[in-house]
Design a protein around this ligand. Structure first.
Ligand code: PMP
Length: 379
């Protein structure tokens, strides 16, 4: 037996994670889809005061049910769902989300791991469609859930008939559907979620991972609207991306109360620290400000797609705050060339493609200049 006595299937596996390099060494960091804009002085002051208040009670365990935070997230999601329904097809009551329908954890990664802990496990199957977020098979591996990856079409969209057939054949207890997808940026068409919720039935939950949901282009609906129609639907969100709170580690979901109650069985007690709860509540009070750059980032994203296409790159349509582009015979050389010029992007996705996050106008100018320089020899 080799030491340490690690599970056989974990031997030799590298921990997941993009390279983290100091900002003074690599000034333009466009590799992990963060929001480039930090909080204002007023927001920082509110967060600091809230953390100080929480600090005064650190000898006690935090509220295990994080009631105040669930209420604040529910009201944020209700406002988000209602404000997007410009045509008022759905009444406010139908689209309102109650605190019992909300769950949260340390990042949406932990939320989804908890979903697999509760709904996956030995003898059960989880399904997604590749190329997709690389953590999904890790949640499955870590919970001893069988992993099955269907495939996306050439343009990274879902072939709905094939997807439905796969669900019928594999009968997964968890289906992971990112919308927009990482690393391709592809959003799901409105009918996809309903079709797959019906195909899964009561034996499976359909998790629509909307980590990048706030960046979707206008006219693309959120799966939140479908919650009243499908009790097996779960919509996950995060404060890491549009909300400019990647350092906060707060992800959450909206689903039927029975689903939230099931997660309570597997969560560790007091998993959300008093500091996390206080800081997340403070950040939610500043939601309009923290989300205030989303429109600018979407415009910057669209301009980036146009520029890359004008430069004759292949570019996937994007509803997120990043863009997948290619194709390169040696993508690693391009990635390295950009890094040598102080621009860090991500070597991920199908072979030949690279992913770049949308930053400030200055950062995007630096990226464009570096790419032009590196790839100047391209035929
Ligand atoms: N889902 C997708 C599709 C992601 O890309 C990410 C982060 N890269 C996450 C979930 C997890 O984000 P977090 O844990 O920060 O909420």
């Amino acid at each position: 037996m080799t030491f340490p006595p690690l599970r056989d299937e974990l031997r030799g596996i590298e921990p997941y994670g993009a390279p983290q390099l100091p900002i003074d060494v690599v000034p333009v960091q466009l590799n992990v889809n963060e929001n480039p804009y930090g909080p204002s002085a007023a927001c920082i002051a509110d967060i600091a005061a809230s953390a100080a208040e929480a600090a005064a009670t650190l000898n006690r365990y935090p509220d295990r049910e994080f009631v105040a935070l669930r209420e604040a997230l529910a009201s944020y999601l209700t406002r988000d769902a209602v404000s997007r329904l410009a045509g008022a097809r759905t009444s406010t009551t139908e689209s309102s989300i109650a605190p019992e329908q909300v769950w949260a954890a340390n990042g949406s990664n932990e939320v989804m791991l908890q979903l697999l802990q509760a709904f996956g496990g030995p003898g059960r199957t989880a399904v997604s469609f590749a190329p997709t977020y690389s953590m999904y098979p890790e949640y499955a591996r870590d919970t001893n859930t069988r992993w099955v990856a269907g495939h996306r079409a050439e343009d990274f969209s879902l072939d709905l008939d094939a997807a439905r057939d796969l669900v019928k054949t594999e009968q997964p207890s968890v289906i992971l559907l990112p919308s927009p997808n990482n690393p391709t940026g592809t959003a799901l068409p409105p009918e996809a979620v309903g079709v797959l919720c019906e195909a899964a039935g009561d034996e499976g939950i359909v998790v629509v991972d909307e980590a990048y949901g706030e960046f979707r282009r206008s006219g693309v609906p959120s799966a939140l609207e479908l919650l009243p129609s499908y009790r097996n639907l779960v919509v996950t969100r995060t404060m890491s991306k549009a909300f400019a709170g990647a350092g906060l580690r707060l992800g959450y979901l909206a689903a039927a109360p029975e689903i939230c109650d099931a997660i309570r069985v597997v969560r560790l007690p007091y998993h959300l620290s008093a500091v996390t709860q206080a800081v997340a509540l403070a950040a939610l009070r500043h939601a309009p400000e923290l989300l205030g750059k989303v429109d600018e980032l979407r415009a910057e994203r669209d301009a980036l797609v146009d520029w890359l296409r004008a430069e004759a790159y292949d570019v996937a349509d994007s509803d997120a705050n990043f863009v997948l582009f290619g194709r390169f015979a040696d993508r690693h050389a391009v990635w390295q060339g950009l890094l040598d010029r102080g621009v860090l992007i991500r070597e991920t996705g199908p072979d030949g493609w690279l992913r770049v996050s949308v930053g400030t106008p200055d950062e995007m100018a630096a990226f464009r200049a570096a790419l032009t320089d590196v790839d100047g020899e391209r035929a």
